[in-house]
Structures are given as structure tokens and as C-alpha cells.
Design a protein around this ligand. Structure first.
Ligand code: FE2
Ligand code: FE2
Length: 193
């Protein structure tokens, strides 16, 4: 098994967890007469504004480009990953913009922000699932040791832990913070004694 694909799968697991948190805050809680915690929503959106485009999608693009060279017909069946990554970026930015408007202005329709949230969550989930179904297994099946060695070198600059920009450590901390906040928010509150 390729360590790069292994890492991409772990990042997908994180994406799924965070999408679940977003869905819980935006839709499940209000449906259950709970209140959305906008600190959690904002932090999660900040994560999705940065992590996929800086650390996740570029690594997939590298793997996909190798696959395209080795097996162009198989790569064609997977679709246009690079375009999908750009589209996901558009979805998350639209949602983040609408969220910002709701948070700073009381007049921006919350419904529009929720539609943006729904669209982003659904698009991201679909993308992650399709990649696991069509792309990762195929890459592992077709690419050889030489490819994976080259991929390891080419993807190193996008690694969350070795990226030079300092923001990477912050993202890891941000992810932990969101998970902690989520766990705390789901704890049953003790009622009056
Ligand atoms: Fe992707
Ligand atoms: Fe992915």
C-alpha cells in the first residue's frame, strides 16, 4: 500500500469527521431545537478554506498526474480531478462568504448561508467518496515503486507537518480544537439538582 494514498485516506477521514460536525451544527442541532455554535462553524469553515487547497488536493493532483501518464484511459474514467478541486474551492468560498455576511450583518438571509453550507457539505462528501471508489485503488493498482518514490518527493512540500509556512501547525491545532469543542458540545448538560 502506498504511504501517500494511506495519508490521503486519513485526511479523508478527518474531512468526513469535520463535515459531520458542520452538518450537526448547521442542520441537526436547529432541527432538534438546539442552538448552532458559530465558533465551531467558523473554525470548521476556516479549516476547509485552507487545508484541502494547501495540503490535500495538491498531493492528489500529483498522484493523478502520474496516473495520467501511466494509464491515460484509466485516468479518464476517474474524471477531471483538478477541475473538481477548483469547484470545491468555489463552493467553500461561497459558503464562507455567506457565513461571514450572516455573522457581521443581521440582515443577510440565513437561508442563503445554509444553502451554501448544504451545497459544500454534499459536494465535498461526494468528491471524497468517489475518490476512494475510483481513484485511490486504481492508483495503488497501477503505479509502481518508482512512481511512489517520485510522488513522495513531489508531495513533500504540501505535507501538513513539513510545510514551511507555519500555518500548517496551526491547522493541526485547529483540527484538534474543533474536535474538542464538538465533543464538549455533545456532552449532556447536567440539569438542575
Ligand atoms: Fe480530491
Ligand atoms: Fe481527496
Amino acid at each position: 500500500m502506498s504511504t501517500t494514498v494511506d495519508l490521503l485516506r486519513r485526511e479523508h477521514a478527518n474531512h468526513r469527521k469535520l463535515l459531520g460536525i458542520l452538518e450537526h451544527q448547521l442542520f441537526e442541532l436547529p432541527n432538534a431545537r438546539g442552538e448552532t455554535d458559530y465558533d465551531i462553524v467558523k473554525a470548521t469553515v476556516d479549516y476547509f478554506l485552507t487545508f484541502p487547497s494547501r495540503h490535500h488536493h495538491p498531493k492528489e493532483d500529483v498522484v493523478f498526474n502520474h496516473l495520467k501518464k501511466r494509464a491515460p484511459n484509466e485516468a479518464k474514467k476517474i474524471g477531471d480531478l483538478l477541475r473538481e478541486h477548483e469547484e470545491l474551492d468555489v463552493y467553500v468560498r461561497a459558503f464562507a462568504g455567506a457565513l461571514e455576511n450572516v455573522l457581521i450583518s443581521g440582515v443577510f438571509p440565513r437561508e442563503v448561508m445554509l444553502q451554501g453550507g448544504r451545497a459544500f457539505i454534499d459536494a465535498m462528501r461526494k468528491h471524497v467518496t468517489e475518490e476512494e471508489r475510483l481513484f485511490f485503488d486504481k492508483a495503488e493498482e497501477i503505479l509502481g515503486e518508482e512512481d511512489w518514490a517520485a510522488i513522495a518527493v513531489e508531495t513533500a512540500e504540501f505535507d501538513e507537518h513539513t510545510a514551511v509556512e507555519g500555518a500548517a501547525g496551526d491547522l493541526s491545532a485547529l483540527r484538534s480544537t474543533i474536535l474538542n469543542w464538538d465533543a464538549e458540545s455533545r456532552q449532556p448538560t447536567s440539569g438542575p439538582a
